[in-house]
Design a protein around this ligand. Structure first.
Ligand code: SAH
Ligand code: SF4
Length: 364
C-alpha cells in the first residue's frame, strides 16, 4: 500500500523509516524537505541517497489536497478551496494584517454539531479530514503565499476555525498541530496556533494534556436556555461544565487567557443585559472577548446586530476590564467571512433535508 507521508508527524515518520530499516534522522530530513521547503518530489531531496529516494517513490507519496480555486478579496483576504475527494471540498482563508498573516484551516468536511447560525453546520456532515488534508491546507497555502523579502514565512499564525468542529476530529488534529509546532516543519509557537471549539469539554481536557495551544471557545450566549438553542452541544456540556473546563485548561495553556468568541445576532444575544450576564458567567476565567458580527448566508433566519449595539456591548465588557475586540468582517466579497465557509459537503446525516424544512418553518 502506498502511504501519504503528509499523514505523519515526527513520531509517525520515525516509525515509517524504522519499517524500511532506516535510521531516525531520516524523519527529520524528510520533515524539513516537505514542510520547511515545501518539496513533494523525492527526486529533489538531494541529501537523501538515490537508492532510498527511489525506494520512497515506490512506497510513498506526498500528496496534499488539490486546490480547486484560489480567490483574492479586495481587502487582501485570500480563500482557497480544496478538493478532498468524494464530491467534498473544504476551505482555508488567509487573512493578512500589519503584524501577522493568519491562515484559518478546516478540520472536517461539514460539521455534525448544527449550530443555528453557521453555514457549515447547516450543510451537514460528511467526514473527518485526514492529517494530510489538514496540514496539506497549510502546505499548499505556504507554497502559494511564499516568504517575505526577509525570508520570513508569510503565514505566521494558524487558527483552526474553518469548517468543522476541531476537537471532534481530535487525533488527526493533534498530529497536524504537532507538525505546526515542530521546528523541522513549520516551527510555530504554541501561542500562534489557536484551536477553536464549540465546547467539547472532555476533549478540551485532552488537548490540555496532549498538545496545549491557544484556545478559543465559541460561547455565543450567557445562559443555558439560549445557548441550548444556538449551540446544541450545550445540552450535553452546559455552561457550568464549560467554564470549569476553561479554568482547567488555563493551567496548561501557553497564553494566560481564553478567547471567547461571541457571534452578534440582532435581538437574540446582543443586549446590555446579556453582556452583564456574561461578566458574571466568566468571572473566574481569565479571558478576552472577540465579538463576531453575524455573517449572513442564504436561508439563515438571523440578522447581524447593528454597529452601535455591538459597540455598546463591547463597552459593557471593557468597563469591567475585559479586553474586547470586534472582528472586522473581511473577505465579504468572496464569502470568506466566519461562518460563511461552505465548501461543498455531501451530507451523510440527512440534516440538509431537515434544515430545508426548518427554514421553511421560520419563513412561513
Ligand atoms: N467548530 C468550531 C470552529 C469553527 S467555527 C467552533 O464552533 O468554534 C469558527 C467561528 O465562527 C466560531 O466561533 C463560530 O461560532 C463562528 N461562526 C459560525 N457561523 C458564523 C456566522 N454565520 N457568522 C459569524 N460567525 C460565525
Ligand atoms: Fe460546527 Fe463550529 Fe459551525 Fe457549530 S459553529 S456548526 S461547531 S463549525
Amino acid at each position: 500500500m502506498i502511504v501519504n507521508l503528509l499523514d505523519f508527524d515526527a513520531t509517525g515518520l520515525t516509525g515509517f523509516f524504522a519499517n524500511l530499516g532506516e535510521k531516525p534522522f531520516r524523519a527529520k530530513q524528510l520533515l524539513r524537505w516537505v514542510h520547511r521547503f515545501g518539496q513533494n518530489d523525492f527526486a529533489a531531496m538531494t541529501d537523501i541517497a538515490k537508492s532510498l529516494r527511489e525506494k520512497l517513490s515506490s512506497v510513498a507519496t506526498i500528496t496534499p489536497p488539490m486546490i480547486i480555486s484560489d480567490k483574492l478579496s479586495d481587502d487582501g483576504t485570500r480563500k482557497f478551496l480544496f478538493d478532498v475527494g468524494g464530491g467534498n471540498a473544504v476551505e482555508s482563508v488567509f487573512i493578512p494584517e500589519d503584524d501577522r498573516g493568519t491562515l484559518c484551516v478546516s478540520t472536517q468536511a461539514g460539521c455534525a454539531l448544527d449550530c443555528a447560525f453557521c453555514s457549515t453546520g447547516k450543510q451537514g456532515f460528511n467526514r473527518n479530514l485526514a492529517v494530510a488534508e489538514i496540514i496539506g491546507q497549510l502546505w499548499q497555502a505556504n507554497r502559494a503565499l511564499g516568504v517575505d523579502p526577509k525570508g520570513e514565512r508569510i503565514i505566521s499564525n494558524v487558527v483552526l476555525m474553518g469548517m468543522g468542529e476541531t476537537l471532534a476530529n481530535f487525533d488527526n488534529t493533534v498530529i497536524a498541530l504537532r507538525l505546526m509546532l515542530d521546528d523541522n516543519a513549520y516551527g510555530l509557537s504554541r501561542r500562534r496556533v489557536t484551536v477553536s471549539t464549540s465546547g467539547l469539554v472532555p476533549m478540551m481536557d485532552r488537548l490540555a494534556d496532549e498538545c496545549p495551544v491557544a484556545l478559543a471557545v465559541s460561547l455565543h450566549a450567557p445562559n443555558d436556555a439560549l445557548r441550548d438553542d444556538l449551540v446544541p452541544i450545550n445540552r450535553k456540556y452546559p455552561l457550568r461544565e464549560l467554564m470549569a473546563a476553561c479554568h482547567r485548561y488555563q493551567k496548561k495553556a501557553p497564553r494566560d487567557f481564553v478567547t471567547f468568541e461571541y457571534v452578534m445576532l440582532d435581538g437574540v444575544n446582543d443586549s446590555e443585559a446579556h453582556a452583564r450576564d456574561l461578566l458574571a458567567l466568566t468571572r473566574d476565567v481569565p479571558c478576552k472577548f472577540n465579538l463576531i458580527p453575524f455573517n449572513p448566508f442564504p436561508g439563515s433566519p438571523y440578522r447581524r446586530s447593528p454597529a452601535p449595539r455591538i459597540r455598546r456591548f463591547a463597552e459593557v465588557l471593557m468597563a469591567a476590564g475585559i479586553v474586547t475586540t470586534t472582528r472586522k468582517t473581511r473577505g465579504d466579497d468572496i464569502d470568506a467571512a466566519c461562518g460563511q465557509l461552505a465548501g461543498q459537503v455531501l451530507d451523510k446525516t440527512r440534516r440538509t433535508i431537515r434544515n430545508v424544512a426548518k427554514i421553511h418553518e421560520v419563513r412561513s
